[in-house]
Design a protein around this ligand. Structure first.
Ligand code: FES
Length: 317
């Protein structure tokens, strides 16, 4: 369901990152959302993009998003850098792919660059719960780090945040190793940032806490070798059968067949198209399902993932 919102406030966090505070056009309050959630935002040019919510998840008055202007923007982030207070935008319901573990001895949040945005809402939620957490924020420089003043001055964060500014990539593993050495098996780790950054965090913390307790939030699609793709059959729980050739996604084949599938990013990031698997084995290529979800073999992202078996039986959500 989409919702009309108005831009109430625009703040330049850095020369590339701008926050937009959004309020409902109808003046009604927002419902609470889960920490780490994101929303679809349709900008003035009609381009739809996903943005993490970075305010307190229980604030009914407004939603906050941070938009980094991408140098090769195809109309999404650049257009949102043009909006002004009073402008209207269309947004979707908050969706969450980064589930926050209920019980952890301590939460370790590791953000790289714009990856601070979902982890900021996680930090607000952990503070509300009275949970033990630490937030490590890596950025190229103080000038390029968003939310510095907020993180330094708000009592929720001031003694929990460690800034790591201008740390060369080659020196990051040493810092990650020091954090991991202080962690216990009952910690949960949440990371968001560039792919390589998250991969380094994951590889250092996994031996300490296990892969199910390292949670990653992806912004960009995974690069996958598709040269060995083969054709397979998809059967819906309604009995309709489709042939998916190499070079075409399940989502594309279903849409061509007149089946309506909820979708958004079409890159395996947002989770909109995730559906149930009733039979068959998936070849997971998304960045939205957790390792545990993939291992359970019960869900698949139809826009990017394929089949290892000759046939998949799918239940559309
Ligand atoms: S449409 Fe976003 S994960 Fe498939």
């Amino acid at each position: 369901m989409s919702l009309l919102v108005r831009v109430a406030e625009v703040t330049d966090e850095t020369h590339q990152i701008r926050t937009l505070r959004l309020i409902r056009e109808d003046g009604a309050p927002f419902g609470p959302y889960e920490a780490g959630a994101h929303i679809d935002v349709t900008g003035p040019t009609g381009v739809l993009r996903q943005y993490s919510l970075c305010g307190p998840p229980d604030d009914p008055a407004s939603l906050l998003i941070a938009v980094k202007r991408e140098p090769r923007s195809r109309g999404g982030s650049a257009a949102l850098h043009q909006v002004a207070p009073g402008d209207s935008l269309e947004i979707g319901e908050p969706r969450n792919l980064l589930s926050l573990a209920e019980e952890a001895e301590r939460y370790v949040l590791v953000a790289g660059g714009i990856g601070i945005t979902p982890l900021l809402s996680v930090a607000y939620a952990l503070h509300s719960r009275g949970a033990e957490f630490e937030l490590h924020y890596f950025a190229r420089s103080r000038q390029e780090a968003a939310f510095v003043e907020l993180l330094e001055t708000r009592s929720e964060f001031s003694d929990r945040v460690r800034f790591h500014l201008g740390v060369p990539r080659g020196e990051q593993p040493e810092l990650f190793a020091a954090m991991a050495a202080a962690a216990t098996p009952a910690c949960h780790v949440y990371t968001c940032g560039p792919q390589g950054f998250m991969a380094r965090v994951t590889s250092v913390f996994t031996p300490v806490v296990g892969e199910d307790q390292v949670h990653v939030e992806h912004f960009v699609a995974a690069q996958v070798d598709t040269s060995c793709d083969h054709a397979f059959t998809v059967e819906l729980d309604t009995g309709e059968v489709f042939e998916v050739p190499a070079g075409k996604s399940i989502l594309a084949v279903l849409e061509e067949g007149g089946i309506d599938v909820f979708k958004s990013c079409e890159e395996g990031i947002c989770g909109s198209c995730v559906s149930g698997i009733l039979d068959g084995v998936a070849d997971h290529r998304d960045n939205c399902l957790s390792a545990a979800d993939k291992a359970s073999g019960t869900q698949i992202a139809l826009c990017v993932s394929r089949a290892r078996s000759d046939k998949l039986v799918i239940e559309l959500y």
